[in-house]
Design a protein around this ligand. Structure first.
Ligand SMILES: Nc1ncnc2c1ncn2[C@@H]1O[C@H](COP(=O)(O)OP(=O)(O)OP(=O)(O)O)[C@@H](O)[C@H]1O
Length: 568
């Protein structure tokens, strides 16, 4: 069934060789494997093609269209290169069973895969996902003593993924627009309505429009549909999302379409539908009451895994916030948390820092506000803010007047001035607060990395739940609970204090929070020429419905009231 692979190159997107998934789902760079001589074993390369849901030939699983094995013992450090070339003259019937012939650095190149290996496969997919996956069972010889030799070798499964950035559309020859050769992903050019019924149901609202429900015409499965006006920014979003969407904590992309409505070219991204909605919605639904540490730790273990995957691929998400964490189920037990919305994601060139302002103000790190150049560590700051919010119900930095971003708030962010007020934080473990402190370090070079974060006790130690002590005996030092200094640095914050809790949809909707750091131009109205998606597109791009402003203070939040009283 297998066709021999003549040449396979396994490479990475970014500056790592690949990603090793162990059974505990931690990811380690391949370099660790390479430098270790403990591992021996065999591996099988498989290449995959993706079948759009509408493809009637779609098998239940990805076809294995190329299979060959190799010894990987011992992978010497000299081989620890982002490219992993293997010559395998023969197919599965006669596995090459030899070491990779060579590995070499070529950071700028992308995965090269001789597509002839799939040409004869009977179920050749019409849209290649072109991921390359190395599945291997590794024997850990180092753990075996002489006496143990008879014992079964300890094994670990690894899977190294690499993505090939190519555009192969179902209609052959479709390419991205000029100048965007790098921003590639497979897409269909036939009307989406051939495969999906686009519904009027609005799943969510974001800066770039509305996310609608759509249904697979074959089996009725519900998906989320995001429509983007085609352009370099949209292509970058889809490209980067596509590169990482196979991770279990990243929202999956099912299909991508390039359709034109009324002369406006759009990218339509069909994503898995996260039934539980976004985390902010869930958090607000239960009154923005703080989550137990244990639960926050669980959520962050999953989202941290996604961020580590991204950072391993040298991709910064740059917009981590509760709204962009999606929940696959309404049931906490079954829920998987997934990172979505790659609208601000960026893959900086190696050793280059990013400059463009991004992020949502509450989550924006000092270096972004200062318009300094920054790197992936901006995601760590945002994770710190998200953890703080989930544990307390309010953000560490906010304008005292309910503005999305005030001079005072900006100053507090830049100086890293925030507090862990006793009344809300007395039952939170010191180690958890320490982890937040490590994430909210103003100097990005000193801020904790995703790798250290994933090793922290907050993630590995599963902090236990504790019973609030009514604030009378906080057990915290004075330094733990100061009022945040009020920096009266502008008319904005010189007014008498009255807080509006900013963790509200209001910021996303009418206050256009992002405009303070990133001016947003609304896309002009799109006119669909297809009846079925006409209404959907209308409301999607322009906001066909008014928002209801929800202020925390008018919502009768007890937390808000406590915080207001505390400040006053
Ligand atoms: N796959 C999905 N399943 C369920 N809900 C989703 C899905 N994708 C998005 N949503 C909902 O739609 C909202 C907006 O989606 P998304 O963040 O992708 O749009 P956006 O316009 O880029 O938003 P932002 O304002 O954050 O830039 C999300 O906050 C979420 O509530």
């Amino acid at each position: 069934m297998t066709t021999g692979c003549n040449r396979l190159h396994l490479s990475v997107v970014g500056d790592r060789v690949g990603w090793i998934w162990r059974d505990n789902h931690r990811i380690e760079p391949l370099a660790s494997l390479c430098h270790s001589s403990r591992y021996t074993g065999s591996a099988a390369f498989t290449t995959f093609g993706s079948f759009p849901p509408s493809d009637t030939r779609r098998p239940s699983a990805f076809p294995q269209i190329c299979d060959s094995s190799l010894d990987i013992e011992p992978l010497k450090s000299t081989m620890c290169d982002p490219f992993f070339e293997m010559d395998s003259e023969s197919g599965a019937d006669e596995p090459p069973n030899k070491r990779p012939s060579q590995m070499f650095f070529s950071l700028d190149d992308m995965l090269t895969l001789d597509m002839s290996v799939v040409a004869d496969y009977p179920l050749t997919p019409t849209t290649y996902q072109q991921n390359l996956c190395l599945d291997a069972t590794i024997e850990d010889r180092a753990t075996l003593s002489d006496d143990d030799e008879e014992d079964e070798a300890k094994t670990a499964n690894i899977c190294i993924h690499a993505s090939k950035a190519v555009t192969i559309s179902q209609e052959a020859g479709q390419r991205g627009p000029k100048g965007s050769e790098e921003l590639n992903f497979p897409y269909n050019t036939r009307p989406i309505t051939e495969d999906y019924t686009v519904s009027e149901e609005i799943i969510g609202v974001g800066e770039s429009g509305k996310v609608m429900a759509c249904y697979d015409k074959n089996d009725g499965t519900k998906y989320a549909l995001k429509v983007l006006r085609d352009g370099p920014k949209a292509r970058r979003e889809v490209h980067l999302h596509y590169l990482v969407c196979n991770h279990k904590n990243v929202v999956s992309i099912m299909d991508i379409y390039e359709n034109t409505f009324g002369g406006v070219k759009c990218l339509l991204v069909v994503m898995e539908f996260a039934e539980g909605g976004d985390l902010l919605g869930r958090f607000e639904q239960q009154g923005s009451k703080p989550y137990p540490e244990e639960k926050v730790s669980e959520i962050m273990t999953e989202i941290g895994a996604a961020v580590m995957y991204l950072h391993d691929m040298n991709i910064a998400h740059r917009d981590i916030k509760l709204e962009n964490i999606l929940c696959t189920s309404k049931n906490d037990e079954e829920c998987v948390y997934k990172l979505g919305d790659f609208g601000f994601a960026k893959r900086p060139e190696r050793n280059h820092l990013m400059e463009s302002p991004c992020c949502t103000p509450f989550y924006a790190p000092p270096e972004v506000l200062s318009r300094e150049r920054y790197d992936k560590s901006c995601d760590m700051w945002s994770l710190g803010v998200a953890i703080y919010i989930l544990l307390s119900g309010y953000p560490p930095f906010y304008s005292y007047h309910g503005k999305p971003l005030s001079p005072g708030m900006q100053e507090r962010i830049k100086s890293g001035l925030y507090a862990f007020p006793n009344e809300d934080w007395d039952c939170i473990k010191d180690t958890t607060k320490d982890e937040i402190r490590h994430l909210l370090i103003t100097d990005p070079s000193n801020r904790t990395s995703i790798y250290n974060f994933m090793k922290s006790s907050f993630i590995t130690g599963r902090p236990s739940m504790c019973i609030p002590s009514n604030g009378s005996d906080s057990g915290l030092s004075e330094a733990e609970s100061p009022l945040p200094p009020l920096i009266l640095d502008g008319s904005d914050d010189e007014q008498p204090l009255s807080i509006r809790m900013p963790v509200s949809r209001k910021t996303e909707a009418t206050m256009s929070a992002r405009t303070f750091v990133k001016p947003v131009t609304k896309a002009p109205r799109l006119h669909s020429i297809q009846e079925e998606v006409n209404w959907a597109l209308d409301v999607m791009r322009l906001g066909g419905q008014d928002y209801t402003e929800t202020f925390m203070d008018t919502a009768g939040s007890s937390l808000f009231n406590r915080r207001t009283a505390w400040h006053q």
